[in-house]
Design a protein around this ligand. Structure first.
Ligand SMILES: Nc1ncnc2c1ncn2[C@@H]1O[C@H](COP(=O)(O)OP(=O)(O)OP(=O)(O)O)[C@@H](O)[C@H]1O
Ligand SMILES: [Mg+2]
Length: 493
């Protein structure tokens, strides 16, 4: 090669990385020109200079482009690495789906959560992965249905939960992946919420238990209030009864004496009247006649006897009421004792007579009852509530029938007391509720709905039960059934 050309090549082409090999045909042509004509040679050298200069510039631009691209590629690689590690570092199982809902990617947590075995992993496909996942669900259909729904509504974002057959509860959050205006797929993230769900259920259960406990407490509180009220009413009644008892006692005995005195006075008057006929008619007899007329003696003599008899009746009634009050309250006898239920029924009837007398006629069909080991004041409370309820159930005029008797039940001999009315009756669907505390059909302020629930508790304490029969429109019968020999555990409560 011409030495000049060699120089030119070293100077311009080699630093630019354009070796002789690539430029060979061109160089040979130039070489030939150099060999033949010197002027042309000079020209050629010049044009070669120019050309190589241009080549160098172009090469430098190319180099710039190359480094720019390399940098972008490195950045992308970094970004992808970062994304990959982020994907792997979340505890949620992630599954990335494309627009056709086919699996594109998933992370390690997903594999672990769904326990994908190595053999499935080795040649995984969307179908094998899904198959494996669905096999573990209690309701696989719901899962696929929901996925299909999401697929046809790419903009939807939603959460749902699925139960696995091994008892785990998995929550699925589904998030669409928009790219500009387009949806390119969605990311499903799965989270095992079994422990959270268990805690929630336990909490709910605890809450329910607390509610029941509070209700029980309320009931106990109300029963306490009610029995305290009854006790204080009883005490008051017993106190009043005691106070009245004394004066009534001496009024009664004085009345007896008074009756005797009046009889004796009337005897004396009769004697005077007989003697009067013997007196000569004169001023004295006229005065006596005038005094007799003023005093209306004939009437006085008959009326005074009637008055005394009526007062005697009145006093007897007051004494009976006092006795009933004492009987009803049993304040000084709050313990278990042998008692006569008929007596209790009678005294209670007298106490609530005011509530009943304008509404109902009371018919008694008493059988024979033995003395019963019981808490008489509490049983009276039961009778009272049944009687008042019966009276309330009668809208206009009706009949309340009290029946008693004994029978042999499963647990031995039982005594029963029935309060039947001809009132409005109880609809069948309410029969199971009437013993609930606070259940009442009465207007606000008229019924607390505690009567039957307290009665139920009292009868239960006696080892007995309350039976109800009712026909709407015809009437109701409540029957208190008590074992004659109550269970020993309830003896001394
Ligand atoms: N003999 C009856 N006839 C018809 N319904 C009755 C009869 N006895 C009870 N019921 C029904 O049962 C409900 C509950 O009775 P309970 O004695 O427990 O409460 P109450 O009478 O409404 O109120 P409280 O007795 O506390 O004043 C009554 O509201 C009533 O609807
Ligand atoms: Mg009542």
């Amino acid at each position: 090669m011409h030495p000049l050309l060699e120089r030119q090549i070293r100077k311009h082409l080699e630093p630019a990385g354009l070796g002789q090999e690539t430029m060979r045909p061109f160089l040979e042509a130039v070489d030939r020109t150099y060999q033949h004509d010197d002027t042309a040679l000079k020209l050629a050298e010049h044009s070669l200079d120019l050309m190589s200069q241009e080549l160098t510039e172009r090469n430098a631009a190319l180099l710039d482009q190359l480094t720019e691209r390399q940098r972008a590629e490195a950045q992308l690689e970094n970004l992808l690495f970062l994304l990959g590690t982020t994907l792997e570092s979340t505890v949620d199982g992630l599954l990335v789906l494309d627009r056709e809902a086919k699996t594109v990617r998933f992370n390690r947590s997903f594999i672990e959560m769904w326990r994908v075995p190595d053999e499935v992993m080795a040649f995984w496909s969307h179908d094998t992965l899904m198959q494996h996942l669905l096999e573990q669900l209690v309701d696989a259909q719901a899962f696929t249905d929901q996925l299909a729904h999401l697929c046809s509504h790419p903009e939807l974002e939603c959460d749902d939960t699925f139960e696995c057959s091994d008892g785990r509860v998995i929550e699925r959050h589904s998030l669409p992946q928009p790219q500009g205006m387009d949806d390119v797929g969605r990311v499903l993230s799965f989270r095992d919420i079994t422990t959270r769900r268990q805690a929630e259920t336990a909490l709910l259960q605890e809450k329910e238990e607390q509610k029941i406990l509070i209700k029980k407490l309320e009931e106990a509180h109300n029963q306490l209030l009610q029995s305290e009220k009854m006790a204080s009413v009883g005490q008051l009644a017993a106190g009043v009864a005691h106070e009245i008892n004394n004066p009534i006692g001496y009024i009664n005995s004085n009345l007896g004496t008074l009756r005797g005195y009046v009889e004796r006075l009337l005897g004396v008057l009769d004697a005077y009247a007989a003697a009067e006929t013997l007196l000569p008619v004169g001023e004295a007899t006229q005065q006596i006649e005038a005094a007799k007329a003023r005093a209306d003696l004939a009437y006085l003599k008959t009326d005074i006897v009637d008055l005394l008899a009526e007062t005697g009746d009145g006093i007897a009634r007051v004494r009976r009421i006092v006795q009933d009050l004492k009987e009803f309250s049993h304040v000084d006898q709050g313990d278990w004792m042998l008692a006569d239920l008929h007596k209790g029924l009678e005294s209670t009837l007298n106490v609530v007579n005011n509530e009943i007398k304008y509404k109902a006629r009371v018919v008694k069909e008493y059988g024979v009852l033995p003395m019963l080991h019981c808490l008489p004041s509490q049983l009276n409370q039961v009778f009272m509530n049944l009687l008042v309820n019966a009276a309330h159930a009668i809208e206009d005029q009706g009949v309340i029938t009290l029946r008693t008797g004994t029978r042999v039940g499963e647990a031995g001999e039982e005594a029963w007391v029935e309060v039947a009315d001809t009132g409005k009756g109880i609809p069948a669907h309410l029969l199971t509720r009437i013993f609930d505390p606070f259940f009442t059909t009465k207007p606000v302020g008229q019924g607390t709905g505690l009567g039957l629930s307290i009665s139920y508790g009292i009868v239960q304490k006696h080892g007995g039960r309350i039976e109800v029969e009712s026909e709407p429109g015809k009437g109701t019968a409540f029957r208190v059934v008590l074992p004659i020999q109550p269970p020993s555990s309830t003896h001394h409560e």
